[in-house]
Design a protein around this ligand. Structure first.
Ligand SMILES: Cc1cc2nc3c(=O)[nH]c(=O)nc-3n(C[C@H](O)[C@H](O)[C@H](O)COP(=O)(O)O)c2cc1C
Length: 177
């Protein structure tokens, strides 16, 4: 049994990437894993100040939920990011969040990593280019490997994910972590 943390980053109500994240959760839970979804919309993580306070004191000086969320990530076996593609990259909220891991990124290690993407284009390019940004983060972590991607391509409007073949695929990938 694995502990899974999914970070969702779309601010859109019933968003495609959030729907796929829930499918991934159901799949992972169906094989006995425990899953927590952490919504960046609900937690409103502020941008990194770049003050380096964390590099001296080990914790961020900003008083939002970042320290609590980072402790959950450090503790999990499987880390998942879910994001819409915005201009061939990840959402700003997810990039903000990644930057805020700076306080404890050295402790985020030995995990499998999955990415759930949604984009309008029918090609995978918009998601692969977004993943390139995430890879910069993964490259700074010790033994955290990209194990799989949920390609939510061809999704534009709210509700599209539910009627796409990727809806079932997200469940299957979650089931097989
Ligand atoms: C600011 C913005 C930029 C976008 N840029 C792209 C893009 O570069 N490529 C693409 O295929 N879709 C792009 N889209 C469309 C979204 O990726 C698509 O609607 C996606 O399904 C949204 O996911 P969500 O419902 O999880 O928020 C963009 C949408 C917005 C709002």
């Amino acid at each position: 049994m694995k502990k899974v943390v999914i970070i969702t980053s779309s601010y859109r109500e019933n968003s495609n990437s959030n729907v796929l994240a829930k499918q991934f959760q159901k799949g992972a839970e169906s094989t006995g894993n425990t899953v927590e979804i952490i919504s960046l919309k609900e937690n409103r993580i502020a941008p990194c100040l770049g003050c380096n306070f964390c590099q001296i004191h080990g914790e961020c000086t900003l008083k939002d939920k970042i320290n609590e969320i980072l402790d959950k990530i450090i503790d999990c076996d499987v880390l998942v990011f879910a994001s819409p593609t915005y201009y061939y990259s990840i959402s700003g909220s997810l990039k903000n969040f990644i930057d805020r891991t700076y306080a404890k990124f050295r402790k985020i290690k030995n995990k499998d990593f999955y990415y759930i993407g949604s984009c309008s284009d029918t090609s995978k390019d918009g998601i692969d280019r977004a993943i390139d940004t995430v890879k910069g983060f993964l490259d700074c972590l010790d033994n955290v490997k990209l194990k799989g991607v949920v390609y939510g391509t061809g999704l534009t409007d709210v509700g599209d994910a539910k009627y796409s073949p990727v809806f079932k695929k997200a469940f299957e990938i979650g089931k097989n972590i």
